[in-house]
Design a binder for this molecule. Structure first.
Ligand code: ADP
Ligand code: ZN
Ligand code: ZN
Length: 743
């Protein structure tokens, strides 16, 4: 429930001082004078700010300011009577601002729906309805009117609960009634009204599924710690029944009158997942994701904050939604990189889920078939409880995985002959095949064989990808595009050649090679329109043999019972990546993709093409599975003193001129070197792996320490120090605490 209103009884003419968070890139809060107005913590105010005005959120009332009261400016207007954020919500947001060294005003503003951030009035939570008036009810009783359409409308309304209906309900029942409605309104038989906000009903049906012993054990163990905060890593292969566990626990939390937050990766918030939650938990399940319009988002936000709805299913930013009586937090596919925000406030929703659960005194479950090495390290150190689900819930066995050495193989659009033979055999058995290639477009580069010209991006140290369907050369890093040239821009020769493979090229090749077999491509280009992916996948349910080509969008959330073969076209990208997390990512992706094979009653097979068949970690993964891989990878990290055995923060700086960014970071490094406690290491400034991007030169300074406190002591003063650095205005810079990639 919302916090009680503080100071609602106004104190006319007494002056109070309030502390306000304002969305500005400044690491401080602001004090204002408040006279006559009533105000409480969590309400918005409009205040003078510099030469303009700003919207802020009250963090505290009756504070003692460092400035004398007569030097403070006055609040212009208090915008809310009821606080939008509770004291606990604000304390959490302040914690976030402090941990990530981000301006608190921006963090608080970022937690509000967009319209409210801009100062708009809160949208009433009830719905707009048409309601029968007493005069209208008389008409129905007396059958006075001779207009049949009007009588039909009035009689229908009279039969509705509360004698009212939303415009949509009205249209669904009676068709287009706009004209009739105008007529009855003119006679005051029907009026516009606002229905009260209703509490969603809670589920009453219990699940009929009988839990397997491992699921039952997990639920029992978590049941015993339901009283307070605990973290459980739920480690179970795809299809082992993790979602079933979430649903059970959620139902029992709802029964206690508390709420549930479920965070899922961007790609997996599918209608299927929502359907599964709604089916079991009912209309109290609400979603928050970037596809909703502002009004829908705001409604959902308020409903959760007031406890009208009790389950929030959302992608990473849902971690900031105020939720009444939080009783359980679930992070599904906790290893997924999309839980990390990579610009602005660079937070990890997974890490914050743990913080939030601790503040709320409730359990948090991190679920994955391929847990992040960070989470496994927390298990090792005893902070998280490890729970395993080892069997697939259905009958399906785990797929067999083999490496295909392609060093001396002729390739056709990137596919070796052994792989093509296996594809042909599976299709002949009327089974379905997935070919996985994590690169969209037709080819990663276009080249001229006469002079060696390559389709370099003019603004980045990268190539522009050839998209043949749209006839464009397109940089995936900065978005720059141009039309495909007919002849070489350097020497004028014709016959420019694509090099390498993208999903588009694979699709073209397969369409020719396996003509007549239904072929579906799943990547960001092919599924840009909403619903396109769902429609495509629906085709698969009815098809017998079929081919799916796709990027990592294919790896998650979907169930393809007839897929028996998964071919991984290129596993090598991750093996020798510039980022030390490259192998971990690659392993997680391979296991996820492999999990798509053999989920029905047909056994599955996975073939991984590689030029490094002896790579030790790849072999450990294929022969012994993810847990063995993770153990080996953790040993490597420990030996190299890399996260999770140390903590990092990365300052990125970019400028049009390289030396501006370099000098800036050199000054920062000099300061940090003098300021840092023992045990904090500084690496850099060094050029970023992609040195130029979108026309700017990029330089990095990495800070690392085995002791988190030592690192954070240094970070504490960093933003303030940067603000005073010479040349700071010429660069764009950012601080990334616990970065998940070093690009
Ligand atoms: P995960 O989330 O680990 O991928 P799910 O919870 O989606 O696994 O379970 C996979 C499939 O098995 C689903 O169709 C689910 O309904 C079913 N299932 C889960 N638990 C059981 C059970 N105890 N008995 C029978 N079927 C189950
Ligand atoms: Zn040329
Ligand atoms: Zn570019």
């Amino acid at each position: 429930m919302r916090t009680a209103l503080v100071g609602l009884e106004s104190h006319p003419m007494t002056e109070r001082v309030i502390r306000v968070a304002i969305a500005a890139p400044l690491h401080r809060v602001f004090d204002y004078r408040l006279s006559t107005w009533e105000a409480a913590v969590g309400c918005r105010v409009r205040v003078p700010f510099g030469r303009t005005r700003a919207i802020g959120v009250i963090l505290a009332v009756d504070v003692r300011s460092d400035l004398p009261t007569d030097r403070l400016r006055s609040v212009e207007q208090v915008l809310d009577r009821v606080p939008l954020l509770g004291i606990d919500d604000l304390a959490f947001l302040q914690w976030v601002a402090d941990y990530y060294r981000h301006p608190v005003g921006e963090v608080v503003a970022g937690a509000l729906p967009l319209r409210l951030r801009k100062g708009a009035a809160v949208t009433p939570l009830g719905e707009a309805v048409w309601a029968l008036t007493p005069a209208g009810a008389e008409q129905v009783e007396a059958h006075l009117s001779r207009a049949p359409r009007q009588m039909e409308l009035l009689a229908w309304l009279a039969g509705q609960p509360g004698q009212m209906a939303t415009p949509t309900q009205l249209r669904d029942a009676l068709g287009d009634v706009a004209r009739t409605l105008r007529a009855v309104r003119a006679k005051d038989w029907v009026e516009a009204r606002e229905s009260a906000a209703v509490v969603d009903p809670l589920p009453v049906v219990q699940s009929a599924t009988v839990l397997n012993p491992q699921q039952a054990a997990v639920i029992e163990q978590l049941g015993t710690c339901r009283a307070g905060f605990s973290v459980a890593l739920l480690d179970g292969v795809t299809g082992s029944g993790k979602t079933e566990v979430y649903l059970r626990l959620a139902a029992s939390v709802l029964a206690q009158g508390r709420s549930v937050l479920v965070l899922v990766p961007e790609i997996s918030l599918t209608p299927q997942l929502l359907g599964r939650f709604s089916e079991r938990l009912g209309s109290t399940v609400r979603v928050l994701h970037s596809g909703l319009n502002e009004r829908e988002r705001e409604q959902t936000w308020h409903r959760l904050a007031r406890g009208l709805s009790r389950v929030l299913l959302g992608t990473r930013s849902a971690i900031f939604a105020p939720i009444a009586d939080l009783g359980l937090v679930v992070v599904d596919e906790e290893h997924d990189p999309s839980f990390k925000q990579t610009e602005g406030l660079r937070y990890s929703a997974r890490d914050l889920a743990v913080v939030r659960a601790r503040r709320a005194g409730c359990p948090v479950i991190l679920g994955s078939a391929t847990p992040a090495l960070e989470s496994l390290r927390n298990v090792e150190s005893g902070r998280y409880r490890h729970m395993r689900l080892e069997q697939r819930a259905g009958a399906a066995a785990s797929p067999r995985i083999d490496l295909l050495d392609i060093r001396d193989q002729p390739l056709h659009a990137g596919l070796s002959e052994p792989l093509l033979d296996s594809v042909a055999a599976a299709l002949a058995r009327e089974e379905q095949v997935i070919l996985f290639l994590n690169r969209r477009g037709y080819a990663p580069v276009l080249s001229c064989f006469s002079c060696g010209w390559l389709s370099d991006c003019p603004r980045c140290d990268a190539r522009q990808t050839l998209h043949r369907g749209s006839g464009l050369l397109w940089c995936h890093h900065c978005g720059t595009r141009r039309r495909v040239p007919r002849s070489c821009p350097a020497c004028g020769a014709t016959g420019l050649q694509p090099l390498g493979q993208g999903t588009e090229r694979l699709e073209v090749f397969l369409a020719e090679r396996f003509a007549g077999v239904p072929l579906i491509r799943v990547d960001r280009d092919a599924t840009a329109r909403r619903g396109a992916l769902e429609r495509q996948l629906a085709r698969l349910q009815v098809a017998r043999s079929a081919l799916l080509v796709g990027t990592q969008m294919l790896a998650k959330g979907h169930h393809f019972p007839r897929v028996t073969l998964v071919g991984v076209v290129d596993a090598d990208g991750g093996l020798y990546s510039a980022d030390f997390r490259g192998t971990e990512r690659m392993a997680q992706l391979l296991v996820q993709v492999a999990g798509r094979a053999g989920r029905g009653d047909l056994p599955g097979r996975v073939l991984i093409q590689t030029r490094f068949p002896e790579h030790p970690l790849l072999n450990t993964l294929v022969r012994q599975g993810y847990p063995a891989f993770a153990a080996a990878a953790l040993r490597e990290r420990r030996a190299a003193c890399l996260p999770p055995y140390s903590h990092q923060a990365l300052v990125r700086a970019e400028a049009v001129r390289a030396e501006h960014a370099e000098e800036f970071l050199e000054r920062l490094a000099a300061w940090a070197g003098a300021e840092a406690q023992a045990g904090v290491e500084l690496w850099g400034p060094v050029p970023a792996p992609m040195t130029r991007r979108a026309g700017r030169h990029r330089v990095h300074l990495l800070m690392q320490a085995t002791c988190r406190e030592a690192l954070h002591a240094l970070l504490h003063g960093l933003p303030e120090h940067v603000a005073g650095l010479r040349g700071a205005r010429r660069v764009r810079w950012s601080l990334d605490v616990d970065p998940v990639d070093l690009y």
